[in-house]
Design a protein around this ligand. Structure first.
Ligand SMILES: N[C@@H](CCC(=O)N[C@@H](CS)C(=O)NCC(=O)O)C(=O)O
Length: 240
């Protein structure tokens, strides 16, 4: 028996993820799906993107004025990949990264490349879950698709006996790739069978279906993304 019993917090803080519109916010989908698909409990706060007060609202949670952001008590973590890493540290039981250090290194390399790369594909085909129409790709975006699907083929072949995802079970790296998987469907980009099967496995996740259904039912529209096929009057939409 301890002389000074530790005071239990009756209402421990819970993880709250601040996200953007589900139809368009690819960066928000990543940590949301990493947590939801692995049964990590969290609350969500949605900030509507592309509004005059979007930045002001997001600045309450993130110094960049962008979403996603994660709130845990008074702690705020921003940047999608850093949020996933923080959640993986807090919930080691969820196994968001492969247990083997070599495979974990590879998974982190893929996730990091997704976080800073594939810009041509991201800007040419911004996430838009409601869309279902072909778009002719730029040569740079085509190269991104080739590079992406080469990875998917390689890692699916290596993990074929362990599950449906890149390292067997659905983890952080799959959550990082999920929004580009949706672009392949939305913009009807032809890919090989192994990549199609991988995308199907993401779409079959109950957590993904929940996000997709909520996103496609949202009433809000971002015209620059919906009208991506029309010549743009000013610039290109932000990469989402
Ligand atoms: N590098 C950031 C990117 C975050 C980002 O660009 N978020 C977009 C939504 S998907 C945003 O907040 N846009 C609002 C704005 O630019 O005003 C991350 O990984 O979290």
């Amino acid at each position: 028996m301890t002389a000074f019993p530790v005071k239990q917090n009756r209402y421990p803080p819970k993880l709250t993820l601040v996200i953007g519109n589900k139809n368009y916010s690819s960066w928000s989908l990543r940590p949301w799906l990493a947590m939801a698909a692995n049964n990590i409990p969290f609350a969500e706060v949605l900030i509507q993107l592309d509004q005059s007060n979007t930045r002001q609202l997001a600045l309450q949670y993130s110094p960049t004025g962008k979403v996603p952001a994660l709130k845990f008590g008074t702690l705020m973590i921003w940047e999608s990949l850093a949020i996933i890493e923080y959640v993986a540290d807090r919930h080691p039981e969820a196994g968001l990264w492969p247990a083997d250090p070599d495979r974990r290194g590879l998974a982190r390399a893929l996730a990091s490349e997704m976080h800073c790369g594939f810009q041509a594909l991201r800007s040419h085909c911004p996430m838009n879950l409601r869309r279902k129409a072909t778009r002719r790709l730029s040569p740079e975006a085509e190269q991104d698709v080739m590079r992406l699907t080469n990875y998917w083929r390689r890692f699916r072949a290596e993990a074929a006996s362990e599950g449906d995802f890149l390292f067997g079970k659905f983890g952080a790296v799959d959550a990082m790739f999920a929004p580009v998987a949706t672009r392949i469907r939305s913009y009807e980009i032809p890919v090989d069978q192994a990549s199609n099967d991988y995308i199907d496995a993401i779409y079959a996740l109950p957590a993904f279906k929940k996000w997709f259904d909520a996103g496609t039912a949202e009433p809000w529209r971002i015209p620059a993304v919906d009208n991506i096929d029309k010549p743009q009057a000013t610039g290109t939409p932000a990469r989402r």
